[in-house]
Design a protein around this ligand. Structure first.
Ligand SMILES: [Zn+2]
Length: 262
């Protein structure tokens, strides 16, 4: 006990002398600023670590979309701590629609800011072969029917067939639609799919390739698939976490996705 008191006393005295000395040399104003700065830093450190950091683009929220294409340059993306996480799929009603990696924290699933998961072909944001934006193949996650094709962004919505009752405990809703986006090239406008409204799809069918087109934020040239799931039984058709449906975590940077298609 005595030891602790001594340490505290020594610490306090040292801090006081630092303040006095720095006040003499730099003036009271600047010393107080430094103390304020240091204490705010300490406060930040003591806060619980958040999984998702949105500080960098809070002001752009209105221009972002549920597709989550934000104006972030690729150089910044490379700063992320990267660690590949093993693929461990839980039993789930849908297929993982494409191969790749959740390469950056800003493109993970978040119900408010990013209503789906962005699966990048690779961490560099490039296509499979040099000079092309074309990424890994995309397969239909569920059986269903194409209900919307929005060309500028190469977005495709598919209303999935009703999911088997045996999954009712595992998923938030048995009646959903899924969204695939960015299946085209930003520059040449080449389309990486040939889907049309009314077309029937079967689970596992090849439907296209990952691309880098984004009509919402054209500077986003990352080759990826945006994959979202929406609950059709609730008003507003809210997004739900795709993890329930594909059985792979959608909120972890470095998560590897595999399609189970040979
Ligand atoms: Zn996205």
């Amino acid at each position: 006990m005595k030891k602790i008191l001594t340490i505290l006393l020594v610490g306090f005295v040292s801090l006081l002398s630092v303040i006095v000395v720095s006040s003499v040399f730099f003036g009271t104003e600047r010393s107080m600023d430094s103390i304020r700065f240091l204490s705010s830093r300490l406060g930040l450190l003591s806060q619980p670590k958040r999984n998702i950091d949105y500080l960098s683009y809070t002001s752009d929220n209105s221009e972002g979309s549920i597709l989550g294409d934000f104006d972030i340059k690729i150089d910044h993306l490379k700063q992320d701590v990267y660690q590949a996480i093993e693929f461990q799929k839980k039993p789930s009603p849908f297929l993982v629609p494409t191969e790749g990696i959740a390469a950056h924290k800003n493109f993970l699933y978040d119900p408010v800011r990013h209503g789906g998961i962005d699966i990048w072909t690779n961490q560099e944001g490039k296509g499979v072969s040099r000079g092309s934006s074309k990424g890994y193949p995309v397969y239909s996650a569920c059986s269903g029917v194409v209900i919307r094709v929005y060309q500028p962004n190469e977005e495709i919505e598919v209303e999935c067939n009703r999911i088997d009752e045996s999954f009712s405990e595992d998923v938030p809703s048995l009646h959903v639609k899924v969204l695939y986006a960015h299946m085209g090239d930003a520059v040449t406008k080449e389309r990486y799919h040939k889907l049309s409204v009314g077309q029937r799809l079967t689970k596992g069918q090849l439907i296209g390739w990952q691309g880098n087109v984004s009509s919402i934020v054209p500077v986003n040239r990352v080759t990826h698939l945006h994959f979202g799931v929406y609950d059709l039984t609730r008003s507003g058709r809210p997004t739900v976490d795709p993890e329930y449906y594909i059985g792979v975590p959608t909120t972890i940077v470095g998560q590897i996705f595999k399609t189970e298609i040979e």
